[in-house]
Design a protein around this ligand. Structure first.
Ligand code: BGC
Length: 355
């Protein structure tokens, strides 16, 4: 794996943004910028060996600076929603920024997706990875504790984009980090994703309220459109009148993974028949949010002139469950002072070859 870099412009505050291109021997490429740790390009082969960029985004920094629905970004300090934009920890209430109704989403007004990360390339055994670090100071967006975060991106010879997250805090806090890449396995500008087939290895999911926030109920998928235990085209579920699909305006839910943090087991898979492209997801985290781009609405101009619309990209966000500090039976997102938060997620790309 090798890494090259180029200038990507400057933020309004004058911070230099650099784009790093990670390439492996099979020709796969991932471009990542140190603004938000955003994956700006992901070029992978189809069954004929033709490459396409399969992640949604913009052509340049301006697009990202103008605001966007977390395209390719590192999300934190707490991914997804926290109800009423507040939580209690050690007997103290912490008030957060309300950026989705009265609730808090993806770290607030200026989450990790808008931070300028310190970037360096790191050598190990002849391979290079990209390491991003950021200090989220005590009180940033309302969260307690100085949190030091390190995220590494590595593209393996087996066509895996491997993301490793570490964080330590000097006082107790909550941490839930993820990556918010939107994929379209036909190519970022190819349109509707409802023909993609999805498998999530989960017998249950966290049912949501009308505010799209887990109520605490862990519901069996059996007999519902949330049952994705074998590959199923998204279209069937998306057109169903199941009350949870109506609430999310599509899939926008957290599944309780049967893999339960065992990264050797496949947590999710997406197969796109016409291109033969397959995306597999492996993770050490207990949950995964499948979001089918329900709120993408004429996002343009984006990369190569694309104007992404509803359901033209999907995300698979590996995570603790949304709002999990409010439900004692959910895995705890609390990071104690001095302990280390770790999270590894692998996005693995494969193809079904034409004979
Ligand atoms: C959330 C959606 C939200 C989207 C973009 C997803 O992770 O689950 O509800 O609209 O991010 O912000």
């Amino acid at each position: 794996m090798s890494i090259t870099c180029r200038s990507y412009g400057f933020t309004k505050e004058g911070a230099a943004v650099i784009a790093f291109t990670l390439s492996n021997a099979n020709g796969l490429q991932a471009e990542i910028i140190n603004y938000g740790g955003i994956i700006t390009k992901l070029s992978v082969p189809d069954k004929k060996g033709d490459f396409d960029d399969i992640t949604l985004g913009f052509d340049n920094l301006d697009g990202y600076l103008k605001g966007h629905p977390y395209f390719g970004a590192i999300v934190g300090r707490y991914a997804n929603r926290i109800e009423d934009a507040q939580f209690e920890l050690n007997g103290k209430i912490y008030e957060l920024y309300k950026n989705i109704g009265d609730d808090h989403l993806h770290g607030g007004l200026k989450g990790f997706d808008k931070a300028v990360w310190i970037a360096e390339t790191v050598q190990s055994g002849g391979d290079e990875s990209l390491q991003l670090t950021y200090r989220s100071v005590d009180g940033e967006e309302g969260y307690p504790g100085n949190l030091d975060i390190k995220v590494t991106y590595f593209l393996s010879k087996d066509n895996e984009l491997i993301i490793d997250y570490f964080a330590v805090s000097d006082s107790d806090t909550v941490v839930n980090l993820t990556n918010h890449a939107y994929f379209n396995l036909c190519g970022h500008e190819a349109g509707d994703i409802s023909g993609h087939e999805v498998m999530i290895d989960a017998d249950s999911f966290t049912a949501v309220s009308s505010k799209n926030i887990p109520t605490g109920e862990i519901r069996k998928v059996e007999g519902t459109p949330m049952d994705l235990r074998v590959l199923k085209p998204l279209a069937a579920g998306l057109s169903s009148a199941y009350e949870q699909i109506i609430k999310g305006d599509g899939y926008d839910h957290n599944w309780v993974l049967n893999t339960a943090g065992d990264i050797s087991q496949k947590a999710a898979e997406v197969y796109e028949r016409t291109t033969g492209r397959i995306l597999e997801v492996y993770t050490t985290k207990p949950g995964i949010q499948l979001y089918t781009g329900n709120f993408l609405d004429e996002m343009g101009p984006c990369k190569e002139g694309a104007a992404y619309k509803k359901r033209e990209g999907f995300c698979l966000e590996t995570q603790y469950f949304p709002n999990s500090m409010k439900h004692k039976h959910f895995p705890s997102p609390i990071l104690k002072s001095g302990q280390v938060y770790t999270h590894k997620t692998i996005y693995k790309f494969k193809t079904i070859k034409v004979s």
